[in-house]
Write a protein that binds this ligand. Sequence first.
Ligand code: F0G
Length: 455
Amino acid sequence: MKTIIEPFRIKSVEPIRITTVEERRELVRRAGYNLFSLHSDDVMIDLLTDSGTSAMSAAQWSGIMSGDESYAGSPSYYRFESAVRELMPFKHVIPTHQGRAAEKILFTIAAGQGMKVPSNTHFDTTRANVEMSGAEAVDLVIPEGKDPANEHPFKGNMDTDALDQLLKSERDRIPIVMLTITNNTGGGQPVSMENIRAVRTVCDRHAVPLFFDACRFAENAYFIKTREKGYAEKSVKEIVQELFSYADGMTMSAKKDALVNIGGWLALNDDTWAEQARNMLILTEGFPTYGGLAGRDLDAIAVGLREIVEEDYLRYRIASMQYLGKALTNMGVPIVKPVGGHAVYIDARSLLPHIPPLQYPGQSLAVGLYEEGGIRACEIGTVMFGRRPDGTEEPAALDLVRLAVPRRVYTQSHVDYVIECIENLYRRKDALPGYRIVEQPRFLRHFTARFEPIG
Ligand code: F0G
């Protein structure tokens, strides 16, 4: 069959409020042309993030009902722990309220002033938590990973020669090596098993622990199954188990590949670090058998982890992303290739060459998409990264717009609608205006800045 269906039926629905172009123009104007400032019920298709936006299954909702809210020793914790350890056999599993809480604890313990933490590419929160500890976050993705047009099948791979060099010269300053799977900042690109093994070998040579930032581990495993020699006949679960056998620990945002709306964990083998982590957890999150979560959340994660490695689900997930990417490519819209696991990234700077980077082509495209069809996407470009600490501006490396697809939420006709809106916008792309910022905070300006169109 060439039609890959959504492998689920819909039991409970959330209505989408249908708005008109005129209403949306007014709503986005009032929001200062910042899509983070919109009320989400004024959004028809929300592709702002795939994080915490999954639809839970009937089995997960049953888990919510049977969650046990005991302060200590809840059976929900033990169900959660055993579901995690079935895939990721780490000795200690420490629940947190989301991924960045696990990062904060890990880098407080492991990093610190004068240290360096290499990764393929750090996600913003990982980088920020490394830097908060006083350490430097170093990105060592392969050169292909920085070129949006390059079709390398594993663009998330780490440059192992560069890692080896860094460890040779500065081993004393490197307490830990990270690997983000899939590499979100690079476009949701996977890391190959071969590369993971090579990174492990380098880490062993220098006796450094290796941790995964593993938010989208199942999507990464499915890419290994379909793209890497020797894995076609293995189950996704087996691939996931092999993948984690090379790591000493992990941080996780369960809001992605655990199919829940909140949650995360830190898992690791080292007893000393685990003890320190639990002590910090008690200070900042909660008792070690619930972390920052309710018992019911732990049960929803336990069920989600069994569902995420189902191959029918992953086949549909990756196919729906490729369906969107292919339609945009056929239309002539430049995107980051190959299409990643959780999002399609449009290269707005190439699409809108009449808008200079300091007039924010990504913002223009994102606002245009909202006005056209009520679609909310996310600018990842000069608005997000272009402000230097001294307040001056420079163009970011790329001006992208991310269409991140929530898990199990939208159907193919929603995606067809997105494609049609982009088609309409494409026809009038030369008329899209540049923007100027009229109000902005000093840090993380993309969340709250106000804009106005130029001309
Ligand atoms: N690591 C990666 C690779 C992520 O993509 C995220 C979140 C985190 C860590 C932090 O997890 O949100 O649970 O604290 N990414 C979201 C996104 C926000 O939209 O890409 P968190």
